[in-house]
Design a protein around this ligand. Structure first.
Ligand code: LLP
Length: 432
């Protein structure tokens, strides 16, 4: 569910026509809906209300300060993966005490900084990391709160580049080794064992892999809780969203099928996991990123040319893979719609960017309404892993970002000036 919809044939973000935003701020333009962000957080929060829980929004999905402040204001903590992200939490007015620090490569500086700021927990991914955290904490005369990340070896059935919970992946410590690691960790003087963590992958659209992983983990977690007086169990993020409604809507009969029943919604997720988690009597931590931000953002782009060949209809737009890399990187699907609703026949089109790579393609052979130069299109579900993964390839300045609330809107990241791209570059003395 999201707050982007046609009203009188015009795509709106909440009560604001998107075309007005592009007129004012130019293109390409990221547009976020505040009510969608809040709505997603609240739905999940309410569904989990039978549990003592904390949602730590995985800010890697969208770390714009305004997005983060919106979520911090309604009680969100943050899942961070770098010292830079912790600095952003502080800049956004978030609470470091509600931060979990994940990632396989934490540096000494990052660990020290996080300890000084008093984060909730380090999610530890290896024994060398555990020893490093112990050493740094000793130097600072602090006790470091930690959870070890369990790799449950459950295949999330998602794209290979975003699967994390099998032994093929660099993440976590194999299930069978966990008890030994906690045993050894309990002997480290500067470590406080606080919880257990698990995350199996991203963009999971069915509940079954979560259920499998949690079912596998609960008895281990209960044992560790007893042995080490643990306080929480983090079940990670990974809750998927619907990118392609045509695939998900199906027929009336399909909605009654077992496959449809497995579709992940906050309610189905909660209904199936709460009975497994409740008996643990622990705080349950979640780290969703995409579920909160994904459908809360779109990328608006202008049609520059329509190039017809004997074989193809190319719609060449002013956004490119540097603005939204997901289709090029993961072959991912983003719905693409015109800002002004069009009727008439659909024509199979490739929507492509201006970058000199064939991979700079947003969709291939997709039936689209006929568009012309100067029209605008919106790529939907671009709120997560969109702007944060953008870059300046081809010396293309990064797009502006706008946040909408009802009829109000504000620029929350100015369009980058092209000169800023090389502002930190210098010429060595020997080149005249
Ligand atoms: N926790 C951990 C330990 C993670 O590695 C991730 C995502 C999350 C939480 C949040 O996952 P989410 O709830 O957003 O699925 N760039 C890719 C996604 C990469 C996900 C990386 N880790 C994409 O555009 O699909």
């Amino acid at each position: 569910m999201h707050d982007f919809a046609y009203r009188k044939g015009e795509l709106h973000c909440e009560e604001t026509p998107v075309s007005e935003l592009v007129k004012k701020h130019g293109s390409p333009l990221y547009v976020y809906s505040q009510s969608t962000l809040e709505g997603h957080f609240r739905k999940l929060d309410e569904a989990l209300s039978p549990l003592d829980h904390l949602i730590c929004y995985a800010m890697k999905a969208n770390s714009n300060l305004a997005v983060m402040r919106t979520l911090a204001n309604i009680g969100s903590g943050f899942d961070i993966v770098s010292g830079g992200e912790l600095k952003r939490v502080i800049a956004a007015g978030g609470d470091p005490k509600k931060c979990t620090f994940a990632g396989v490569g934490k540096t000494e500086e990052e660990i020290a900084f996080a300890l000084r700021k008093g984060i909730y927990c380090f999610n530890v991914e290896s024994e060398p990391e555990l020893q490093r955290i112990d050493r740094v904490a000793g130097r600072l005369r602090k006790k470091a709160p930690i959870a070890v990340r369990v790799n449950p070896n459950v295949d999330a059935g998602t794209h290979a580049k975003i699967t994390t919970g099998t032994y093929e992946n660099k993440f976590g410590i194999p299930f069978e080794e966990i008890e030994g690691v906690y045993q050894r960790a309990s002997k480290l003087k500067n470590i406080r064992l606080r919880g257990v963590q698990m995350h199996i992958g991203s963009q999971l659209t069915s509940v079954t892999p979560f259920e499998k992983a949690v079912t596998k983990a609960v008895s281990l977690v209960a044992t560790l809780k007893e042995r080490h007086a643990l306080e929480f169990f983090s079940i990670g993020g990974g809750l998927g969203i619907i990118y392609n409604p045509a695939l998900a809507s199906g027929t009336a009969a399909w909605w009654k099928s077992p496959e449809a029943k497995d579709i992940l919604t906050p309610q189905s997720y909660a209904d199936r996991l709460i009975p497994l988690l409740k008996p643990l009597a622990m705080k349950i931590v979640l780290e969703p990123g995409r579920f909160i931000a994904g459908n809360a953002g779109i990328l608006v782009t202008r049609v520059e040319y329509v190039k017809k060949t004997t074989q193809k209809n190319f719609v060449i737009v002013d956004a490119a893979m540097n603005d939204l890399i997901r289709p090029a990187f993961y072959d991912s699907f983003h719905e693409i719609v015109p800002l002004k609703k069009k009727s008439g026949k659909l024509i199979e089109s490739d929507v492509v960017g201006p970058i000199c790579e064939s991979g700079d393609t947003f969709c291939k052979n997709r039936p689209m309404p006929t568009v012309k130069e100067g029209d605008h299109l919106a790529m939907l579900s671009a709120g997560a892993y969109g702007s944060v993964m953008s870059g300046t390839y081809n010396s293309r300045a990064m797009a502006a970002e706008v946040l909408v609330q009802g009829k109000r809107s504000a620029v929350v990241r100015a369009r980058q000036k092209v000169e800023d791209i090389w502002a930190t570059e210098t010429l060595p003395k020997w080149i005249s």
